[in-house]
Design a protein around this ligand. Structure first.
Ligand code: FES
Length: 325
């Protein structure tokens, strides 16, 4: 295996030291090593996979200070109509409990650019907050647009503390969503544009950035599948042989099943969450064969390198895959 093959993240255990209310629907969790050890480093845009007491796995962006190696901070918005992870965080007493985590992993990293334009919708502010902090510390040029509902916009004070001149807060329930297309059309060529928020905001940002023809670098992070690309097209799919290198098993994945579904029959411990290709928790190292990437997590360059794949949606263009499982 190449030494620089990215590690999707070994499991570890972290202690929930504190839970704090940040807005009516958002709490932050402070996580520390149970033995007080220094935590692995991370960069702005990274997230953790958190295994909740029920066994549910959810992904949360790190929103604290990336220079602080004594704790990680994540923020969780209560979504009563969601899939249950946030409800568990908001209702089960977690302080003092140890939780299994994977990561930090980063598919939403800062790009090399002279200018950075950060756009957050609602709880999408969490990775964006860490990015603003990192850019300010590095002396980079950045602007931030934060859209949300007036009574549920955490971290406004933290953003103002970084640099109020660079931050625009728009309460969309009072003023409507700003004209993203106009804002993006005025960005200098080559600006790096980052967006985390609802699918509709991400679609607008991507379309507006492409429309400029100005070489903007666009990076997005989703917390729901892109309705334009999910469900993925499966017509024409063929069976694929998948060899699990650590398990020493070869399985045949029929055309009408996902690799994740077939793998779980022999490796029920394999992590997964969304099963729609956007969360990254099923990311698996590829040791042989050629994946057919269908996920929303890996960027084009990462997909081209074929070092990892999301086995919940992706398949193979080769007849056989060798996975690090
Ligand atoms: S389970 Fe979410 S990307 Fe595969």
């Amino acid at each position: 295996m190449p030494e620089d093959t990215p590690d999707p993240g070994h499991p570890g255990t972290l202690l929930v030291k504190q839970i704090r209310s940040e807005s009516p629907h958002v709490v932050t969790l402070t996580l520390v090593d149970p033995a007080g050890r220094t935590l692995p480093p991370w960069e702005a845009g990274a997230h953790l996979d958190l295994v909740l007491p029920s066994g549910t796995i959810r992904q949360y962006s790190l929103c604290g200070d990336d220079q602080d190696r004594t704790s990680y901070t994540i923020a969780v918005q209560h979504e009563p109509a969601g899939r249950g992870g946030s409800h568990e965080v908001h209702t089960v007493p977690l302080v003092g409990k140890e939780l299994t985590v994977r990561g930090p992993r980063n598919h939403f990293s800062l790009a090399r650019s002279e200018q950075h334009f950060l756009i957050a919708g609602g709880i999408g502010i969490t990775p964006i907050l860490a990015m603003a902090r990192a850019l300010e510390r590095a002396g980079q040029s950045w602007q931030l647009l934060y859209c949300g509902h007036r009574h549920n916009m955490p971290f406004v004070d933290a953003l103002q503390d970084i640099d109020p001149e660079r931050v625009t807060v728009v309460e969309t329930d009072q003023r409507g969503r700003p004209a993203v297309r106009d804002l993006i059309s005025r960005l200098p060529a080559g600006t790096a544009v980052y967006c985390c928020g609802p699918a509709s905001l991400i679609s607008d940002v991507k379309a507006a950035s492409e429309a400029t023809g100005n070489g903007l670098v666009v990076r997005v992070e989703r917390f729901a599948a892109d309705p334009e690309s999910f469900p993925v097209r499966t017509d024409g799919d063929r069976p694929v042989e998948v060899e699990l290198a650590r398990t020493g098993t070869t399985i045949t994945v029929p055309a009408d099943r996902t690799i994740l579904e077939a793998v779980r029959e022999v490796r029920p411990d394999v992590p997964f969450s969304c099963e729609e290709g956007y969360c990254g928790s099923c990311e698996t190292r590829v040791l042989g064969g050629t994946p057919d990437h269908r996920d929303e997590v890996l960027g084009t360059n990462e997909q081209g390198r074929d070092r990892t794949m999301m086995i919940c949606v992706s398949r193979a263009t080769s007849e056989r895959l060798l996975l690090d499982l």
